[in-house]
Every structure is written in structure tokens, then in C-alpha cells.
Write a protein that binds this ligand. Structure first.
Ligand code: NAD
Length: 349
């Protein structure tokens, strides 16, 4: 484990196996330097359990960087549940997951991610206090996806301003890959701002919905990122920008909600070499964790949260400008900025 390419000095990696429910899960705590490690729980059917470990490690480190860049009092962690989970065992599995989170005594706080619904978390919440994204009080809390989408939209607008030197996104063609909680909300925001949408999802019903509501064009799932558009917004799973895709993208901007969009550093370098602006994913998709964190600590009102999410726009511009000055890919610049924040944290070590 310590030699794993994505290990990156994780503080803790815990494997859970609950024979009674069938739960198999991994919780990774990358850093608690800034506070308890916060990050969602993903339920996914991985072809190989080793893929689940790689995924959780990459996601967990991403949460450390995301939370640091968003100025949150939270470290980085993530959980994955290995699917598939049969419908008739779902409640038992999420109850067992809640008990698993509880054993970490607050070092890790969980919330929604791909494949996990607010009602799954309600089940888990009966067994752990270390959970968020479930309860709205005075407009703070609940499903984070719309807040994530808002931040992504602001980050995308900043990246488009940077790349095209224009004040708004009206009239731009934007491809959205994945129309789930984040992607569908993002599509609505982009449509409201006058963008023309090209969309793809594995679910035909979601594509139909986007067609009806936003006059979106449908694209094939395997080539949506290569569409003839100005901006691509990956909002499904990670590692979709491989070196091969990076070489073939015709859009001038990549800005979406998915975590870990770049498969590796080479993909980021190719985007940079081709003059394609990449808005680092964890910089622009922090809206959800901002509200999750506020619900968990009950330390911010709605106006404060909105201001924190609004700050994603200028922060994206700051990262892109710093990268231009340094002559390096924006992901490299963002990682360095995040690591500097972590290194200066009082709770470090
Ligand atoms: P979701 O499960 O609600 O939606 C994902 C959507 O992507 C589904 O509609 C699914 O059918 C579609 N999809 C899956 N594979 C696809 C493919 N190959 N091509 C096209 N569509 C595909 O998930 P979500 O909450 O919207 O999260 C989407 C991404 O955003 C994930 O990477 C997640 O980690 C990231 N993210 C989510 C949040 C949040 O608040 N939900 C916050 C930060 C980051």
C-alpha cells in the first residue's frame, strides 16, 4: 500500500468488510491538517477491487486540495463502497457503512457522491454522527449538487473569459458530459446564461429531459468530449481526459464538475501545450463541499455560503493567471497552491 502510485502520504486507509450486510468499503483519510477529513462516499461497481483503491486514494487527496483551496476548516478524505449492491440489501449496506464511519471517531466525515442518494445517507446517519448533506436548516444543507453546479458554472465562466477574452458565455457552444445531480443543474445554469448545449448521458431519459428543457443537442457518450464546441464540461466520472482525448479535443476550454478529470499529468501537459484552458476540477467543483461543511459545523449562514461559492469565479481566474505567469499547466499550479496551504496549516503533523 505504501508504494501505491496514488498513496501520497495518506494518513489512514481503512478497509471494511461486513459479512452480514455484504458491505465492502474503503475509507481513505489523506490529511487532517486543516480539520476532520471531509469527502463524499461513492458507490460504484469497479471491474477490479484494485481500481476502487486507486479511485479512493485519488479522490481523497483531491478533497484535501479542494478543501484547502476553498478555505474550509476540513481535511481531505473519501469513501468508496464496492458495488453492485442489490436493492433488497441497500439499507443494510448503508447502515453498515454508517457504523464503519462511526468507528473512525470523527477523523472522517461523509456525504453524497456518485451512486449515493440523500436517502442512503439518511440510513447511514442512524448509525453515525459524522455525516452531512442530509438536513437543511435555514437554507443551509441538504443535497449539495445544485451548489456544486453553481460553483462549476462560475468557474467555467471565468475560464471562458480567460480563454476567449469576452465578458459572458452567451452564444458559446458547451458540451456537458453526464446529466446527474451536477450536470443537469449545470446545464440549466448555462442555458439560462444563453449557451447552446450539447449533452450526453448513459441514461436516455436524462438526455431527453435536457433536450426538452434546454433545447440541447444529443451527442454519443463516447465522443461528446470531442464535439465541435467551445467548452467541454465533464460531469460524469474521472480520468476522462486521457492523453489521447487531450490531443483530439477541439474545444478551447475544459471546465466541469467531475473529480479527477485528467487521467494523468501528461494529459494536463498536452492541454497546456495545445493552448487549451483547463479549469482545475477541484477548484471549481467546491460548491458542494462548502455547503456540506457548513451543514456539518453549523458555522455559516446562507449569505456567507453564497459568498464563498461566488469566490470560486475569481479564484479560478487567479489560478489560471498564475499558471500563465509560471508557464505551466494550471493543474500543476493549483496543486502547488493547495500544498502550500496544507504545509502552512497549524494542525499539520
Ligand atoms: P450522479 O451520479 O448524480 O450523475 C452522474 C451522471 O453521469 C449520471 O447521470 C450517469 O448516467 C452519467 N454518466 C456516467 N458515466 C457516463 C458516461 N461515460 N458518459 C456520459 N454520462 C455518464 O453524480 P453527480 O453527483 O452529478 O457527480 C458527477 C461528478 O461530479 C462526479 O465525478 C462527482 O465526483 C463530481 N462531484 C459531485 C459533487 C456533488 O455535489 N454531487 C461535488 C463535487 C464533485
Amino acid at each position: 500500500m505504501f508504494e501505491h502510485p496514488s498513496f501520497d502520504a495518506h494518513e489512514r486507509i481503512v478497509f471494511f468488510n461486513d459479512a452480514a450486510s455484504g458491505l465492502k468499503a474503503v475509507i481513505a483519510v489523506h490529511s487532517t491538517a486543516l480539520g476532520p477529513a471531509g469527502g463524499g462516499c461513492r458507490l460504484w461497481s469497479y471491474p477490479d477491487p484494485a481500481d476502487a483503491v486507486t479511485d479512493v486514494l485519488r479522490l481523497s487527496r483531491g478533497m484535501s486540495y479542494k478543501n484547502a483551496m476553498a478555505g474550509l476548516p476540513m481535511g481531505g478524505g473519501k469513501a468508496v463502497i464496492l458495488g453492485p449492491v442489490p436493492d433488497d440489501r441497500r439499507d443494510e449496506v448503508f447502515a453498515a457503512f454508517g457504523r464503519a464511519v462511526e468507528t473512525l471517531g470523527g477523523a472522517y466525515m461523509t456525504a453524497e457522491d456518485v451512486g449515493v442518494s440523500p436517502s442512503d445517507l439518511q440510513t447511514a446517519a442512524r448509525h453515525t454522527a459524522y455525516i452531512s448533506g442530509i438536513e437543511t436548516l435555514d437554507g443551509v444543507g441538504g443535497n449539495p449538487s445544485p451548489f456544486t453546479a453553481k460553483g462549476v458554472c462560475l468557474g467555467l465562466e471565468s475560464a471562458a473569459r480567460f480563454a476567449f477574452d469576452r465578458s459572458d458565455i452567451a452564444g458559446l457552444r458547451i458540451a456537458v458530459q453526464g446529466l446527474g445531480g451536477v450536470g443537469m443543474n449545470l446545464a440549466r445554469l448555462l442555458y439560462d446564461r444563453g449557451a447552446t448545449l450539447v449533452v450526453a448521458d448513459l441514461s436516455e431519459a436524462r438526455v431527453e429531459e435536457a433536450r426538452d428543457r434546454f433545447a440541447a443537442e444529443a451527442a454519443p457518450v463516447d465522443t461528446v468530449l470531442l464535439s465541435d464546441v467551445d467548452v467541454v464540461a465533464p460531469c460524469a466520472l474521472g480520468a476522462v481526459i486521457t492523453p489521447d482525448v487531450a490531443r483530439r479535443i477541439t474545444a478551447r476550454v475544459v471546465a466541469g464538475g467531475a473529480n479527477n478529470q485528467l487521467s494523468d499529468a501528461a494529459a494536463g501537459q498536452i492541454l497546456f501545450d495545445r493552448g487549451i484552458t483547463y479549469a482545475p476540477d477541484y477548484v471549481i467543483n467546491a460548491g458542494g463541499i462548502i455547503i456540506v461543511c457548513a451543514e456539518y459545523f453549523r458555522n455559516a449562514d446562507r449569505a456567507t455560503i453564497d459568498a464563498m461559492i461566488d469566490a470560486i469565479g475569481p479564484r479560478t481566474a487567479q489560478v489560471l493567471q498564475a499558471a500563465r505567469r509560471s508557464g505551466e499547466p494550471s493543474g500543476v499550479t493549483a496543486d502547488r497552491m493547495a500544498r502550500d496551504i496544507l504545509a502552512a496549516a497549524p494542525g499539520r503533523g
